[in-house]
Design a binder for this molecule. Structure first.
Ligand code: IMP
Ligand code: MG
Length: 180
């Protein structure tokens, strides 16, 4: 495995991530049973995770994307969310939605989007994240499904960025520059 020198530590290898996703897809199938559901993925961070996750879900499902960001340049969550694209309400009306994001930190992103999808007529919205940070949430929201928990450090790779870099790393690691 090639690890760039500006990555101080690898937290989850590509193999560990795939094993985590297989476990997660089992939990999802146990929960949804025969119910139909739609996957809604939050770009850009959840793109890589979503691509692997849906291929482990042996089910007819619809895939939609939301484009949103809560980070503005720096590494701190800003507390406000910018939604750049949201599918039309017809994609949500009456449906069970699985909202997929890369990481749950303050909860700003997921609580806002969960409410917005419900407002657009979904009958249910469950949340699913690759990572959950062990921090106190400013918003009342929890992850119904998660692959891994991490301490309160800034992580990158497998979709997660630092100022748009590192999304293409196949593993999740800790960039030296953001955790000094
Ligand atoms: P929240 O809205 O504060 O829960 O933050 C969630 C969003 O912030 C995620 O969708 C990520 O894009 C971003 N984020 C939070 N923590 C990290 C991190 O450690 N690395 C990269 N992005 C992060
Ligand atoms: Mg981001």
């Amino acid at each position: 495995m090639m690890v760039p020198s500006n990555i101080g530590e690898v937290l989850f290898t590509a193999e560990e991530i795939q094993a985590g996703i297989r476990r997660l897809s089992g939990d999802l199938m146990d929960t949804y049973k025969d119910h139909k559901f739609g996957v809604v993925s939050v770009l850009k961070g959840a793109a890589v995770f979503t691509a692997d996750l849906i291929r482990q879900l042996p089910r007819e499902l619809k895939l939609n994307f939301i484009v949103a960001s809560s980070y503005h340049r720096q590494e701190m969550s800003s507390g406000s969310l910018t939604v750049e694209y949201m599918p039309p309400s017809a994609e949500f009306a009456g449906q069970r939605i699985l909202l997929v994001d890369d990481i749950l930190e303050t909860g700003t992103t997921l609580s806002h989007l969960q409410n917005e999808i419900l407002r657009r007529g979904a009958r249910e919205v469950k949340t699913c994240v690759l990572l959950e940070k062990r921090v106190s949430r400013t918003q009342k929201v929890h992850a119904d499904f998660r692959c891994f928990s991490v301490d309160n450090i800034f992580v990158v790779g497998y979709g997660l960025d630092l100022a748009e870099r590192y999304r293409n790393l196949p593993f999740i690691g800790v960039p030296r520059e953001a955790n000094r």
